[in-house]
Design a protein around this ligand. Structure first.
Ligand SMILES: [Zn+2]
Length: 264
């Protein structure tokens, strides 16, 4: 939660709840009191959680899919927030970003990124899921107190994922993994359509995994995304050796994301 987010909350509280807050990006007593008036936010939530919940509420009111109002600042809320800021500035939502469909020779180890190939190889979205066990403890990127040692993903990618993480552990060691934030797991299976689009994300098949989303946001390029730095070359080599694709390395966007679906 940064100051700009708090400013959005404060100015909206002023407009919608007739508060008279100074829009300074500091969640002091008056801002906390004003948040009490928002009935969708459970009173027992912390201030931080209420601020995030109010952003989710505002996004939902603006027709932006922010997911459930749970007060947790995950990738979906970050993305909804950036759309909300755009709408506040321009009066309309940004043009939807649509996942491209790739066609060509479909004889590779992994399917091409298009719905027909994905369905043929993986089955319907959300089906045939298995578990990948991590050889080192992972933290939920949006709730870093939560440790996960295994996560749901498509059963066909699970062993490849496990091989990658084992090589990563052997190469970097646990301390370095923590320093590089390679233990911040940002999600895999997510059965939902692309924002504003009609296409499934490759996450809908459980064929993609996100890593350290807070430092590798969807629209960031290599000048901002931490996973673009040379320290991570071995990390990406491990994935690429399994035939997985980094959208960051291929297209210089969505650096958090690695997928078992080919672009060509
Ligand atoms: Zn992703």
């Amino acid at each position: 939660m940064n100051k700009d987010m708090i400013k959005v909350v404060q100015s909206k509280l002023n407009k919608m709840y007739r508060s008279t807050l100074v829009v300074d990006g500091i969640a002091g007593n008056e801002t906390q009191a004003a948040l009490q008036k928002v009935s969708v936010l459970p009173t027992e939530w912390s201030t931080e959680r209420k601020l995030v919940g109010f952003i989710q509420h505002l996004a939902t009111l603006s027709g932006i899919d922010a997911g459930p109002i749970d007060g947790k600042l995950g990738p979906q809320t970050e993305s909804a927030y950036s759309d909300l800021v755009y709408k506040l500035a321009h009066g309309k939502l940004p043009a939807p970003w649509r996942q491209e469909e790739f066609t060509g020779d479909d004889s590779g180890q992994w399917p091409l990124q298009n719905e027909a190939s994905m369905n043929a190889f993986y089955g319907e979205v959300g089906t045939n899921q298995g578990k990948a066990n991590s050889p080192y403890p992972l933290k939920l990127a949006w709730d870093t107190d939560k440790i996960v040692n295994r996560f749901t993903c498509h059963e066909k990618i699970a062993t490849a994922v496990e091989r990658v993480l084992q090589r990563v552990l052997d190469h970097y060691g646990l301390e370095e993994i923590k320093r590089l934030r390679l233990d911040l797991w940002g999600g895999a299976l997510n059965v939902r359509k692309m924002r504003g689009g009609s296409k499934w994300s490759t996450h809908a098949w459980g064929a993609s995994i996100d890593w350290d989303p807070a430092h590798n946001k969807l629209k960031w390029n290599r000048s901002q995304a931490t996973l673009a730095s040379p320290e991570y070359d071995f990390w990406w080599k491990c994935w690429e050796d399994e035939g997985a694709v980094s959208l960051g390395r291929e297209q210089d966007r969505d650096w958090m994301h690695v997928q078992f679906a080919r672009l060509r």
